[in-house]
Design a protein around this ligand. Structure first.
Ligand SMILES: [Zn+2]
Length: 248
């Protein structure tokens, strides 16, 4: 069959339009593995069961927490990741309460705090968790162990609200899917050694983002890029959890 020039031209335009349409459709759903779903996320906060995310940057001030051989201090890494996560959530219209936004422990300087700073600090953090309505609590930490071979993110969850385990599971599996394919760690229910999770009544998790005692993993946390990736992964997990937890 011989087609006239104008028919060929018409077919060419139709084929081009179909190709461009298909490409646009595919690209619209395309996400780079380490980019958060942040920019285009539209959460209707009115229908959410949980209205506030409490971000708890572990340690602070006199209490540095763990440290790496090269001098990276846990309290600083915790706060940096917490601030990045806070910014992403707020940009998407989600209410955030930070337990601390600077380098300090949360004890009342007007009471006799001698020998009780850490205890008072944890009690103050728990009060924030207990008195913020419709909130979830996410504590950010870095791990450490005597044997430097251990690495990998680990999530602990509170035994008091079943949603804690759901949130922990999302974080642990999203981390494996996007950041650490080799990470075979399972979420763990908190024991009495984790005061905040043992006592919090709202959904609460503690994320040990990585081991500062492992030189290779500690080196990752020296870079802004990796801290951003961890914050993005946490953002995706939290928003996925919030979207699933509606009042309707
Ligand atoms: Zn810690």
């Amino acid at each position: 069959m011989k087609l006239g020039f104008s028919v060929k031209l018409l077919l060419f335009f139709i084929a081009s339009a179909l190709f461009i349409g298909a490409a646009a459709y595919l690209l619209s759903d395309f996400r780079l593995p380490f980019l958060s779903r942040g920019d285009s996320l539209q959460i209707n906060t009115d229908t959410l069961k949980y209205k506030t995310v409490i971000i708890d940057a572990g340690h602070g001030g006199e209490d540095g927490g763990a440290s790496s051989a090269k001098g990276l201090i846990e309290k600083n890494v915790n706060l940096e990741i917490s601030k990045l996560l806070c910014e992403m959530l707020r940009e998407n219209g989600i209410n955030v309460v930070m337990t601390r936004e600077d380098d300090r422990l949360l004890y009342d300087r007007n009471v006799d705090y001698h020998g009780r700073k850490k205890k008072l600090d944890l009690a103050a953090r728990l009060t924030i968790a207990d008195t913020t309505p419709d909130a979830i609590f996410i504590s950010i930490h870095m791990n450490s162990f005597t044997n430097p071979k251990y690495s990998g993110l680990q999530v602990w969850y509170s035994p008091n609200d079943p949603d804690s385990s759901t949130l922990a599971g999302l974080i642990q599996s999203n981390n494996k899917a996007t950041l650490q394919p080799e990470n075979t760690r399972k979420t763990k229910v908190a024991t009495s050694s984790i005061f905040l999770l043992e006592n919090a009544t709202c959904p609460a998790v503690l994320v040990e983002c990585g081991f500062l005692s492992n030189p290779a993993e500690a080196a990752l946390f020296e870079t802004d890029e990796y801290k951003q990736k961890v914050a993005s992964m946490l953002f995706d997990s939290i928003t996925e959890f919030l979207e699933k937890s509606t009042d309707v």
